[in-house]
Design a protein around this ligand. Structure first.
Ligand code: AP5
Length: 215
């Protein structure tokens, strides 16, 4: 299956993508994770992206499209891909369409995570992320077995620089101004599955799986 996970910051895209990718053997392509890895490695892309990410702005489309093209060309999406946090603009959506055409492949569905802004602030200020593998935790909803250590790889948990409340506000504004319009865009082009993302992780996953595999 080839899927897009679309929704505001903190709506649970990364959490659900990690579960679905593991179960289905899909390639989990998170542009946010790739950018954070580039920042950590100090690559030219990372150095260019950092300023945009720290203030909650979008990294320029051309950089993102080149990044996604490179990953898809790597041939790791034999069982399908799950795009988490991409596309985020109309230009990126059109760029993706071109990439898929060139590969004679298509999207199966776009999963939209719906959640009010107030709940997002609570989720993101409480989020802790594994420095090594990127797995998301939460101080209330998803605590690690050993404090401050990732259950999966033992890596250190930390708070992302862009999870401060001023930056979160900016990320939300950017989402509403530039990414929200992709929902009607995809309604005309693909199967769109809208989920109430305010419910617990396992409930959201169960409904998503049921609706994805029911066609
Ligand atoms: P990115 O890393 O993509 O961040 P985001 O879209 O803002 O999404 P998040 O990772 O913050 O949230 P999520 O929806 O994955 O939620 P999560 O599962 O972690 O992007 C970061 C930056 O990179 C951007 O601001 C931009 O600068 C740049 N960038 C990335 N892609 C780009 C692109 N395509 N174009 C341009 N720039 C780009 O969950 C959040 C928290 O809630 C966690 O603590 C989790 O444990 C908890 N949680 C999850 N689900 C539930 C639930 N059901 N109930 C209770 N708690 C839950």
């Amino acid at each position: 299956m080839n899927l897009i996970f679309l929704g505001p910051p903190g709506s649970g895209k990364g959490t659900q993508a990690a579960i679905a990718a593991k179960k289905g053997g899909f390639l989990h392509l998170s542009t946010g994770d790739l950018l954070r890895a580039a920042v950590k490695a100090g690559t030219p892309l990372g150095r260019e992206a950092k300023g945009f990410m720290d203030r909650g702005a979008l990294v320029p489309d051309a950089l993102i499209l080149a990044l996604v093209e490179e990953v898809l060309a790597g041939g790791r999406a034999a069982k399908g891909f799950l795009l988490d946090g991409f596309p985020r603009t109309r230009v990126q959506a059109e760029g993706l369409e071109e990439m898929l055409k060139r590969r004679a492949t298509r999207l199966d569905a776009v999963v939209v995570f719906a959640i009010p802004d107030g709940e997002i602030l609570r989720r993101l200020t409480g989020r802790r992320t594994c420095r090594a593998c990127g797995d998301p935790y939460h101080v209330e909803h998803r605590q690690p077995k050993i404090p401050d250590r990732c259950d999966k790889c033992g890596g250190e948990l930390f708070q992302r620089d862009d999870d401060r409340s001023e930056t979160i506000q900016n990320r939300l504004e950017v989402y509403h101004a530039q990414t929200g319009e992709l929902i009607p865009y995809y309604r005309d082009r693909a199967r769109v599955i809208e989920l109430d993302a305010t419910r617990p992780v396992d409930v959201v996953h169960a409904e998503m799986a049921k609706r994805l595999w029911s066609f």
